[in-house]
Design a protein around this ligand. Structure first.
Ligand SMILES: C[S@@+](CC[C@H](N)C(=O)[O-])C[C@H]1O[C@@H](n2cnc3c(N)ncnc32)[C@H](O)[C@@H]1O
Length: 229
């Protein structure tokens, strides 16, 4: 397990320190948690790894969950605390320093990794992180992940494969905080299923959005991985 500081943490610190980041929960996640789509626990303990400004966690808190989060910078934690305070909910937040999850085995009903795990930058670390998620999820619990789909504008921003699906974000918009970051981009469903094979069942979803800005057309692969034993 790696305990080094997460690569790119300084860029994310500058991003959240300057007041950026989602202040509203992701609409796909709202549907999943509040609607009747995938079969997921409807109460209990949730851990969001890479929670950003905490908007998704706040939605979970409003839905009755006990909410925990890990992020790579103190700036992000401060921004989320402020948002949670305004929303009148309590979040328990800490620093992520590698792929380790500082919680006991079988602890969480849900672990959320929403547009986040691939910032570990390579397959080895992502596989390590997923094994840790599995360890910390209770039997009957689930991992909810969203990852970059090949139809996403993000793919155009990636360098060639540097080896085993590691890419540099080095195209377009050099002012974006992600410019220069290393990212793990796995394009295929089978590739993700292999990484998730430590889980007992895996389901997939998909969403795409094009709000009059084709250059920003976004697309996500959703993965719902279940631990049944
Ligand atoms: C695109 S943002 C998504 C934030 C949030 N999950 C959301 O849906 O709004 C990616 C987040 O991943 C965090 N991050 C960076 N490196 C990470 C890593 N190695 N593991 C987990 N999260 C990481 C960043 O700090 C950032 O907040």
């Amino acid at each position: 397990m790696s305990n080094a500081k997460v690569p790119g943490a300084d860029k994310w610190a500058a991003f959240y320190g300057s007041g950026q980041g989602n202040q509203l929960p992701d609409e796909n996640l709202v549907r999943l948690v509040r609607g009747r789509y995938g079969e997921i626990p409807r109460s209990g303990r949730v851990l969001d790894v890479g929670f950003g400004r905490g908007a998704n966690l706040i939605m979970f808190a409003h839905s009755g969950f006990e909410c925990h989060g890990l992020e790579v910078s103190e700036e992000s934690i401060e921004a989320a605390k402020e948002l949670a305070c305004r929303a009148g909910v309590n979040l328990s937040l800490g620093l992520l320093s590698g792929t380790g999850i500082p919680f006991p085995d079988n602890h969480f009903d849900i672990i959320l990794s929403w547009g986040a795990v691939y910032y570990h930058g390579n397959r080895t670390l992502v596989a390590e992180a997923i094994k840790e998620f599995h360890r910390a999820i209770r039997v009957g619990g689930v991992l909810l992940m969203s990852v970059i789909h090949p139809n996403s504008f993000m793919v155009r921003r990636l360098s060639d494969d540097l080896g085993d699906s590691a890419h540099l974000i080095d195209r377009e918009d050099p002012h974006d905080n992600r410019y220069g970051l290393k990212i793990f981009y796995e394009a295929t469903s089978s590739g993700w299923r292999l990484l998730l094979s430590v889980f007992d069942e895996v389901e997939e979803g998909y969403a795409e959005i094009d709000l009059f800005a084709p250059k920003r057309r976004d697309a996500w692969r959703f993965l719902l991985a279940r631990k049944t034993r």
